[in-house]
Write a new protein. Structure first.
Length: 261
């Protein structure tokens, strides 16, 4: 006989305090670190894999976590076997933890805009995104990769940063999909963060990219189109557009000394 929702036991019913603390620790580690596999969680929490999987199954059942889409194998050889399943926090899960840090970040950015103007926000967003540019360039250095292969490597970097990214062929290019955004609630108010991230991708890849959708704007996935061939059209300014909507950013031209013009 099927049990109606109103007669279901609440999540965590029957667990002692120690088990509830462990389940909360599993969810919080996913919240703080992005997509995590059962093996990684078990190692970091010093628990058995079986115990972690039990908590993961329960957290998925209650809607706090969801299984992340596995990254496609793509064009480069991988190890044998199926990729390990990883788990991410759902919107409902994020809501359970509240948004105290988001509120603090938003308050700080509002003060920055009030005291320094819109350009101060853009400068801050670019400064934050510069770290992403550097990480991607370091991973791409001295590797003779095609643009689709570079896009796949970018997805790996973004996943390491908690964005749960993968790629898929799309027309004459590659679609880069980010299934999680650690700053989504802040970026909803401050789209400069999304725009700076898109510029960072263009700078790191050395070609124009186009942001098609963002989680911060209400879309399910942050989606960026990366063309297969390098195009070097100069980027024009940093003006804002509706967050996440068909904005093209390109690699900035450089002078003979390597700086921006």
């Amino acid at each position: 006989m099927e049990i109606s929702d109103q007669h279901r036991a609440p999540a965590g019913a029957g667990l002692d305090a120690a088990e509830l603390r462990t389940r909360d620790a599993v969810a919080r580690l996913v919240q703080q670190s992005g997509a995590q596999s059962a093996a990684t969680l078990a190692e970091r929490l010093a628990l058995s894999p079986a115990a972690v999987r039990r908590h993961l199954d329960a957290l998925v059942a209650e809607g706090t976590l969801a299984e992340a889409a596995p990254r496609p194998i793509g064009r480069r050889p991988r190890g044998r076997g199926r990729p390990a399943r990883s788990y991410v926090l759902t919107d409902a899960g994020r809501a359970k933890f509240g948004h105290a840090y988001d509120d603090l970040a938003s308050t700080a950015l509002r003060y920055l805009r009030q005291s320094g103007g819109e350009q101060a926000l853009v400068d801050f967003a670019d400064h934050r995104a510069a770290g992403l540019t550097g990480t991607i360039r370091a991973r791409l250095a001295d590797q003779p990769l095609t643009m689709p292969e570079k896009a796949e490597l970018v997805a790996e970097v973004l996943t390491d940063e908690g964005y749960v990214a993968n790629t898929a062929p799309a027309g004459h290019g590659t679609q880069l999909c980010q299934h999680h955004c650690p700053v989504a609630h802040v970026a909803a108010e401050f789209p400069q963060l999304c725009e700076a991230e898109t510029r960072a991708l263009a700078e790191a890849l050395g070609t124009n990219v186009q942001r098609l959708a963002t989680i911060a704007h209400g879309d399910g996935v942050c989606t960026t189109h990366i063309p297969d061939t390098v195009t070097g059209v100069a980027r024009s300014g940093t003006q804002s557009s509706p967050p996440g909507r068909s904005k093209a950013w390109t690699k900035a031209p450089t002078s003979s000394t390597g700086g921006r013009q």
